[in-house]
Design a protein around this ligand. Structure first.
Ligand SMILES: [Zn+2]
Ligand SMILES: [Zn+2]
Length: 445
């Protein structure tokens, strides 16, 4: 289903060996970057905070990021960066060609907000309301994409200032609609890829980050391999035989069969998936059948979500769902139609393992070794996944929770109290700049 580069067998091992060697060499070469980046971040941080607060106060939903995109495009143009607009509806792409030959490194930030009414009283709390699905709804940057956009603008400014010494090209991808699009529209990473964002010049590697409201400011969390889940939905229709509720022996009751199927599905994760390797989730979240107390209905419809962290697991879990549903129904004299994936929203966000190992020192230099931790697999999903199907990539998490706060008390993403502390951004800018400069050092042509 998807292409995950450099994962298996000898190629992977050779790559790691070779990359470890270059990493050691590059560490010596990149010491200077840390000082230069820190000085540049100190100069840029206040601007980034300003941009972020402005975006926060003026949030725009997916495929409607007109104002945000205009500000981004103007900023990139002012830096002398080649700019493409309206890529994937409202996306902005900046191409910064360094003075020296080298790889093409892409950095991605998403720009969209969510239909959430903000509950806060910061000076820049959003008061924006739009008509969403026919209802007046508040709009809020409740996932931190305002920070992602502002940080990448800061990174562009810093790297543009180093243009003549850059050993390669940087492609800045400001992406719309990570959180989804209005009904009937296309958008997000998948559309930008279709429109060629990874070509001309061809991207060699891509980096991205996500703020996390429950990870302390100054910290970075990363995970090699499956980092965020692949998401597919399942639709199961069980067909039995209707009868009077008082005479169930005349029926094949699809509600009883569905109950057995749902219980059977619980054993896939608990008894079939090797959870020591990767977690998985099978959730049946919707079930409909029958319309009154004394009629056994003919059909039951169920909808659920399936989350996995590798192609192998996804194939396996899908196979087991089909088997459990169809065979359980068959044993009861009913039938089950299984549509799987009914919809496939996202592939797994897969961090190339060799690349992650190679770039870990860059993250450690940005945050300090003790502040970089291994992330647990995140059963949420992210459309950065589509880029890393095509090119090797690394997606990591950046702390946005005020220091000293209890993570359990911090508002989660997509909620009205969601909050990111202004002091989060300097670490993110340092990390992105460091990844670019270190990768270019290691892969200079
Ligand atoms: Zn989100
Ligand atoms: Zn997000």
């Amino acid at each position: 289903m998807r292409k995950i580069p450099m994962l298996t067998g000898a190629i992977c091992c050779m790559a790691i060996g070779c990359l470890v060697a270059t990493t050691n060499a590059s560490l010596a070469q990149t010491v200077n970057h840390t000082a230069v980046i820190s000085a540049a971040v100190n100069k840029t941080e206040a601007k980034v905070i300003g941009w972020r607060q402005d975006f926060h106060q003026n949030p725009e939903l997916g495929n409607r990021e007109f104002r945000t995109a205009e500000i981004v495009a103007k900023h990139l143009q002012s830096l002398g960066i080649e700019v493409q607009t309206k890529v994937g509806v409202t996306g902005v792409v900046g191409i910064l060609k360094g003075g020296k030959p080298g790889p093409v490194v892409a950095l991605r930030a998403d720009m969209d907000a969510l239909p959430v009414e903000e509950k806060g009283n910061l000076p820049y709390t959003s008061k924006v309301k739009v008509n969403y699905n026919g209802k007046e709804t508040g709009v809020m940057h409740a996932c931190g994409h305002d920070g992602h956009t502002a940080m990448l603008m800061g990174v562009a400014e810093i790297l543009a200032g180093m243009k003549k010494d850059l050993k390669g090209t940087v492609k800045f991808i400001f992406q719309p609609a990570e959180e989804g699009v209005p009904p009937g529209e296309k958008g997000g990473a998948a559309l930008m890829i279709t429109e060629g964002v990874l070509d001309n010049p061809k991207v060699d590697v891509i980096f991205g980050l996500h703020l996390n409201s429950q990870l302390e400011v100054g910290k970075i969390a990363y995970r090699p391999g499956g980092t965020m889940a692949a998401v597919g939905t399942v639709k199961i229709t069980v067909t039995g035989k209707p009868s009077h509720g008082a005479k169930p022996w005349s029926s094949v009751d699809p509600i009883v069969v569905s109950a057995q199927i749902i219980n059977g599905l619980q054993t896939i994760v608990s008894r079939n998936v090797d959870i020591s390797e990767n977690p998985a989730v099978v959730t049946i979240a919707s079930i409909h059948g029958g319309n009154r107390d004394n009629i056994i209905s003919e059909k039951v419809e169920m909808l659920g979500t399936v989350r996995t962290f590798s192609d192998k697991d996804e194939k396996f879990v899908y196979k087991r769902i089909r088997e459990v549903a169809t065979k359980t129904a068959e044993a009861a004299g009913a039938s089950a139609e299984v549509l799987l994936p009914y919809e496939h929203y996202y592939p797994v966000t897969y961090n190339n393992e060799a690349l992650t190992a190679t770039m870990l020192p860059s993250l450690q230099k940005a945050a300090g070794k003790d502040n970089v931790q291994l992330a647990v697999p995140n059963t949420g999903a992210e459309d950065f996944a589509f880029y890393v199907q095509k090119v090797p990539g690394l997606f990591f998490f950046l702390g946005g929770m005020p220091k000293g706060q209890d993570p359990a008390a911090a508002a989660p993403h997509h909620t009205p109290q969601f909050m990111i502390d202004d002091s989060a951004f300097s670490t993110g800018i340092k990390a992105m700049c460091g990844l670019v400069l270190d990768y270019m050092d290691m892969n200079a042509k």
